[in-house]
Ligand binder design. Structure first.
Ligand SMILES: *[C@@H]1O[C@H](CO)[C@@H](O)[C@H](O)[C@H]1NC(C)=O
Ligand SMILES: *[C@@H]1O[C@H](CO)[C@@H](O)[C@H](O)[C@H]1NC(C)=O
Length: 494
């Protein structure tokens, strides 16, 4: 056998070094997240624990969290046919409003045809508000027209019926910071036109808002993920969060006040909403037992997500705009739908098919047992679901199937039982959950036919004993049990 040549030896040597380096990197990446110096972190936790030792369980001890769940025997909050203890909001993402491409229409349809029907408590947009690409799809440019359309569509399209307009929260995605030297730069058009620019600026990349209801307090945290200095494509497909931003995120999440639920919205690495953070986020390096839900885009798929919190059970449905029904405009080829005087050229209104969001029983694939009172399902007297439709409730035909058999009890509109004017579009039907307490999975399908013949359908899988079901694919990629520490450390190192 011939001796190896010197270049082969060199090659082998380099390969060996590469392997060593990748092992080293892998080790670094897997280390728990430290936004500050590693030695400081345990110290911070200790301090925190001392300050709040009465209410707070040791962050390391996940098991002790279960003691926080209300004892089922003394929980008198009943899921019945009352339209109470319930709110919902909408999340959209990746609008990619473009001067040159027709996807802009989808956002206009959403604002014009979806929002007045769904009437959410607020809308949150998780980044990529504008496309920022030139006509040839090659160069990246921040176009003022794209931002003006975004702002004007919201200002002109969402004030109807609401005194101060619809609360609207947004943040930047990577497209919103192409070629961006700094926040102060005059190409940072988000600063001028973004709806939450002042919040993001004050919070230096992280801001939060709350919903205080008489039945609970809910917190929402948004994180800007623009690279500090935005290089042109394709270098900034992966954003990163600066150490300072991470520190601010940490202190926001560590806020003393307790919340029934905390939701975290961000654009990177994919567009996600994370919830179920609760107290356990008081320590980054424990598994957070939260749920990370990626959302499809508005740009190509016309997707929006409705998230409901019903008696602290969190449910959601991802809906696509009925784009098959969209007629191209007469003035095709694509014309930018903003007049010189900043008036939006709205497309023809869409006739939305009924959209159904089942809230009780909650879909068992998304249980957060440590954070949600899932025992309320077994105690409930009614199945509950929201039906969004432009038609009068009395004109809708609603059919409920459990395990593919017609549910024998009548389904009624309960939204009008509330004392306030803005009751949720709640429908209920009586049931006996104990009949389904047989350690098996059951299905619930709700079918709604509108007077115009359009049919909406929603199906979930449930268990009444709180046991979480496996997530078997479905729309998009669902990640479950991903700890925020891991997500965040990815950002930190990318
Ligand atoms: C919200 O949390 C408070 C305090 O733990 C609790 O009393 C209340 O019942 C919760 N709200 C709901 C709707 O479960
Ligand atoms: C804006 O201009 C269009 C025509 O370009 C006109 O139809 C519309 O009434 C104008 N709107 C306002 C608010 O002036």
């Amino acid at each position: 056998m011939k001796a190896l040549s010197s270049s082969t030896w060199l090659c082998l040597g380099l390969t060996f070094l590469c392997v060593l380096q990748s092992i080293h990197l892998n080790y670094i990446f897997r280390k728990p997240l430290h936004t500050t110096a590693p030695s400081q972190y345990p110290h911070q936790v200790d301090e925190h624990q001392t300050a709040t030792s009465e209410q707070t369980p040791p962050p390391q001890d996940i098991g002790s969290l279960t003691t926080e769940i209300e004892n089922p025997l003394i929980d008198d909050t009943l899921l019945s046919d009352e339209p109470s203890n319930l709110f919902y909001f909408i999340q959209v993402s990746d609008l990619h409003i473009s001067k040159f491409r027709s996807q802009t229409e989808r956002f206009l349809h959403f604002v014009q045809s979806v929002l007045p029907v769904v009437r959410p408590s607020f809308v949150v947009v998780t980044g990529d508000l504008t496309d920022a690409k030139d006509v040839g799809d090659i160069k990246t440019v921040q176009y003022e027209e794209e931002w003006m359309l975004y702002k004007n569509a919201i200002d002109q399209g969402t004030t109807n019926g609401q005194e101060n307009g619809l609360p609207w929260y947004d943040m930047r995605g990577n497209h919103d910071c192409f070629d961006m030297p700094s926040w102060e730069s005059n190409v940072n058009l988000y600063r001028t036109f973004g709806k939450s620019a002042h919040l993001l600026e004050e919070g230096q990349g992280v801001y939060s808002w709350q919903m205080k209801q008489n039945y609970g307090n809910y917190r929402f945290v948004a994180m800007d993920a623009c690279p500090k200095k935005g290089p042109a494509r394709p270098l900034n497909f992966y954003g990163y969060v600066t150490t300072n931003t991470m520190d601010r995120l940490e202190s926001t999440l560590l806020d003393e006040t307790t919340f029934n639920h905390t939701f975290l919205f961000t654009h990177y690495p994919t567009t996600t909403m994370v919830f179920g953070l609760g107290d356990i986020l008081k320590s980054y390096h424990t598994a957070t037992k939260s749920l990370e839900l990626e959302l499809g885009d508005m740009k190509d798929h016309g997707v929006y997500r409705i998230v409901a919190v019903d008696h602290d059970l969190v449910s959601f449905v991802d809906v696509e705009l009925p784009l098959d029904a969209v007629q191209p405009r007469n003035d095709d080829p694509y014309r930018f739908p903003l007049e010189d005087n900043n008036t939006i050229l709205w497309p023809d209104k869409l006739q939305l098919p009924p959209v159904i969001l089942i809230t009780n029983p909650k879909d068992g694939r998304y249980f957060l047992n440590e954070k949600e009172p899932t025992h309320r399902i077994l105690d409930s007297t009614h199945m509950r679901f929201l039906i969004f439709s432009p038609h009068e409730p009395s004109t809708l035909k609603v059919r409920v199937f459990v395990d593919n058999k017609r549910h024998p009890f009548p389904t009624t509109y309960s939204g009008n039982k509330g004392t306030t004017a803005s009751s949720p579009p709640l429908w209920t039907t009586p049931w006996s959950p104990e009949d389904f307490d047989d350690i098996t999975t059951h299905s619930l399908r709700v079918e709604v036919t509108a007077p115009d013949g359009q049919v909406g359908e929603s199906e979930i899988f449930f268990r009444v004993d709180g046991v979480r079901l496996m997530i078997g694919g479905g729309f998009g990629e669902w990640l479950i049990g991903t700890s925020v520490a891991n997500i965040v450390s990815q950002y930190g190192y990318k």
